[in-house]
Write a protein that binds this ligand. Structure first.
Ligand code: GLV
Ligand code: MN
Ligand code: MN
Length: 431
């Protein structure tokens, strides 16, 4: 590490909490909704505006910036050994349609605040430090999936009735669908990845501890469910001669709820979106398309949920004279975090006098995908009332600042742990 500070000054280094919380307000205003929430869908004008500001801020903080073919915005703060694998942090700026200002954005801005703190103290780590703004975390996870070489290359895989096709969307943010695989990184090309995020659940607040030591991230599978019946006249078709897609869909929703509540397990299952056609008062619904999202820490449990649902759907299709089809849309494997990074975060919390609580992440994150490329860790800060993906999402400025300080000191320690020996430098330069 090169620096003007001595090691005692480094140990007491603190981010500028006011500056961090100001940037949260600035980015939170982009796409602000009248209800106090924010809508900054991936690839929208608001997303592009937020990314453009971030790029300017990254460059002012001494980073070089690039956008890879998957649309990831990557800031790179130089290290003492430029050819050694970078340490990386980051998250996302895109939001769900009615979001709060913290989900994703907090991790990006805390990463920026870490770099600003290093830059103004003239500190360079041994490793380069990358701050990654992943493209479209909320729907396709195309940014991290392409980086990890896990993105399906068929554009139809990403098709959705409510969203524009992916190739032109990627172009709008500086990506390139035709050259998507150029964004792939090789395992070992990053020294480690650490993501800081709001918990989005109630565990930390109940535990009273400001910092969450994430132990692992749940597996998530998403599907589209298509129910095909027969649209027909709502007055002339007797009740026992209908193929009503919506009646079948309603039964599928109950079956989804059943697999989510079975055995008192921690698994969850949600139908979150539905499109009905023709959606007309005096016509029997002919087709329903809906989404399914299931999550659990165990892949076996997820397999079992899908098998049960498929059986139930076959019975519903027969009883309602409809056809029901389940199509996979996204699959994230459950992953544990790296044990060394986990214990480093725990030690940092102890040294900073911040109580911490170990817990799994029940939301998906880009970190989950990055775990296939490098050692991965995650830090959580509390969400008031456990609420997220809603306009009332809130994390106090104090907790935001504490989390950013934990990120700063975790990265400083990992810089030592992942040593930059001449052999490592030579081996990496030769790739
Ligand atoms: C991302 O926010 C997810 O967990 O769905
Ligand atoms: Mn998020
Ligand atoms: Mn989210």
């Amino acid at each position: 590490m090169t620096q003007q500070c001595n090691s005692t000054e480094i140990a007491s280094l603190q981010v500028n909490g006011d500056r961090l919380n100001d940037t949260l307000k600035t980015i939170g205003a982009i796409g602000a909704l009248p209800n106090g929430g924010v809508r900054r869908l991936a690839f929208s004008l608001e997303d592009i505006q937020a990314r453009t500001i971030l790029q300017t801020w990254m460059e002012a903080a001494g980073m070089t910036t690039t956008i890879d073919t998957a649309g990831n915005l990557i800031g790179r703060y130089p290290g003492r050994f430029p050819h050694t694998p970078a340490l990386a942090t980051g998250s996302h700026l895109d939001t769900v349609p009615n979001a709060g200002i913290y989900d994703g954005t907090y991790g990006v801005l805390a990463g920026l605040e870490v770099v600003r703190t290093l830059h103004e103290n003239n500190i360079h780590l041994d490793h380069p430090l990358e701050l990654i703004v992943f493209a479209d975390e909320e729907r396709t996870m195309i940014g991290s999936k392409a980086m990890a070489g896990q993105a399906p290359l068929d554009p139809d895989y990403y098709a959705h009735p409510h969203y524009a096709p992916l190739p032109p969307s990627l172009a709008a943010i500086g990506g390139d669908w035709e050259r998507l695989t150029a964004s792939q990184r090789q395992p070992g090309s990053l020294a480690a990845f650490v993501e800081l995020h709001v918990e989005q659940g109630p565990v930390l607040e109940a535990a009273g501890g400001p910092i969450g030591l994430v132990t692992g991230i749940v597996g998530q599978r998403r599907y589209s469910i298509t129910v095909a019946g027969q649209a027909s006249h709502a007055g002339t078709t007797p009740m026992d001669m209908r193929q009503d897609a919506l009646v079948a869909a309603a039964q599928v929703i109950l079956a989804v709820n059943k697999i989510g509540t079975a055995d008192n397990g921690d698994q969850v299952a949600t139908v979150g979106s539905m499109k009905l056609s023709p959606n007309v008062v005096n016509t029997i619904p002919g087709q329903v398309e809906m989404t399914l999202d299931i999550r659990d820490l165990s892949n076996d449990r997820l397999d079992q949920m899908v098998a049960t649902l498929e059986q139930d759907m076959a019975a519903i299709a027969q009883a309602t004279q409809t056809r029901i089809h389940l199509q996979p849309k996204l699959r994230n494997e459950p992953v544990p975090v790296n044990s060394h990074i986990h214990s480093t975060i725990a030690q940092v919390c102890e040294d900073l006098g911040l109580p911490s609580t170990a817990l799994p992440s029940r939301a998906s994150h880009d970190a989950q995908i990055m775990a296939s490329l490098t050692d991965m860790g995650m830090i959580f800060v509390p969400s008031d009332d456990g609420i997220s993906h809603a306009e009332t999402e809130y994390t106090s400025p104090e907790h935001c600042t504490q989390g950013a300080n934990v990120l700063l000191h975790t990265l400083l320690r990992l810089d030592h742990h992942y040593g930059c020996t001449e052999e490592v430098v030579a081996a990496v330069s030769a790739i």
